[in-house]
Design a protein around this ligand. Structure first.
Ligand code: NAD
Length: 282
């Protein structure tokens, strides 16, 4: 399982300091793609707030179980794992349905699972296009479709879609990812309009580059696609896009997530919120 560094940092933070209370204790969250990277960090941040979490994602079963048990013990909340493959609509529906069966409620849905493939359009493998659209875009539809009825019935709910700066602007060689992330933002707006009067919000967070396994893999792929060294990719491609010249951290994304899902975030709806060090301001 990837994301070890991110996870270790959050674990350390949890041991060393009291997290600010966002009034979420007792709530229940599903975070898709939370066995690694950003999703894992967001799940830990929710658990730190006393939220029971359902983890999801790929990876080694023993490692996932260790993460699940650790997150539960550290934060004193129930943490479950569901192995839904985000390319399978019926498994996504079961992820949400099982959560409701286990806890009797669903307060927060974070659609985070995502993959990347870097290649020019004319060489882009069709199966990779289909897979990226399924995991990065269509899975958010299936999960949201299943989550909205119980949220509407409860008169409160929070749906947060992890889009990307690439939901707002493009880069070459990432056609499927950019198309999917633009789609996520459009979907977010439509869903938000539909549920606005029922106490449910739907927003998108648009991170710039965060150093997770997904980005580490891209450094190698970009080097190949552009015919330059990995060091050059870091300097001229990855951090070139970010005016701060620094990676966004998972902690910074967690801060925005906790705001959006708290009562303070009730009037933020249908928004695509950039956390990208100024990338999309240019
Ligand atoms: P990551 O590779 O570390 O984690 C991706 C997660 O999705 C993992 O838990 C993985 O198991 C899961 N996943 C992949 N395919 C799946 C499938 N078929 N079914 C279920 N789970 C699946 O990546 P990350 O960087 O943490 O990315 C998380 C999200 O953030 C993605 O949507 C990504 O597009 C977005 N994002 C990342 C960055 C970045 O710089 N890392 C920037 C902007 C947006």
């Amino acid at each position: 399982m990837g994301g070890g560094v991110v996870y270790a940092a959050l674990q350390h933070k949890n041991e060393g300091s009291e997290a600010m209370d966002h009034g979420l204790k007792g709530q229940v969250a599903v975070v898709t793609g939370s066995t690694s990277g950003i999703g894992l960090g967001l799940a830990e941040a929710l658990a730190q707030q006393g939220v029971s979490v359902v983890l999801n994602g790929l990876g080694d079963r023993d490692e996932i179980e260790a993460v699940r048990a650790g997150m539960s013990a550290r934060n004193g909340v129930e943490v479950l794992y569901h192995d839904a493959d985000m390319t399978q609509p019926h498994r996504i529906a079961d992820l949400v349905g099982s959560t409701r069966n286990a806890f009797g409620r669903l307060d927060i849905l974070v659609n985070n699972a995502g993959i990347q493939h870097v290649a020019p359009v004319d060489e882009f493998p069709t199966e990779q296009w289909d897979r990226i659209i399924a995991i990065n875009l269509t899975s958010a539809f299936h999960a949201t479709k299943a989550a909205i009825p119980p949220m509407k019935a409860a008169g409160r709910g929070r749906i947060v879609n992890i889009a990307s700066a690439h939901g707002l602007v493009a880069s070459p060689f990432k056609s499927a990812y950019v198309a999917a992330k633009h789609g996520v933002i459009g979907f977010t707006k439509s869903a938000a309009l539909e549920v606005a009067q029922q106490g449910v919000t739907c927003n998108a967070i648009c991170p710039g580059y965060v150093k997770t396994p997904l980005v580490e893999a891209q450094i190698a792929d970009q080097a190949k696609a552009r015919g330059i060294s990995e060091e050059e990719v870091m300097k001229t491609v990855i951090l070139a896009a970010q005016p701060t010249k620094q990676f966004v951290t998972v902690d910074q994304l967690a801060g925005l997530l906790l705001y959006l899902v708290s009562d303070a975030g009730a009037s933020v709806n249908g928004a695509a919120l950039s956390v990208d060090g100024g990338w999309t301001a240019a």
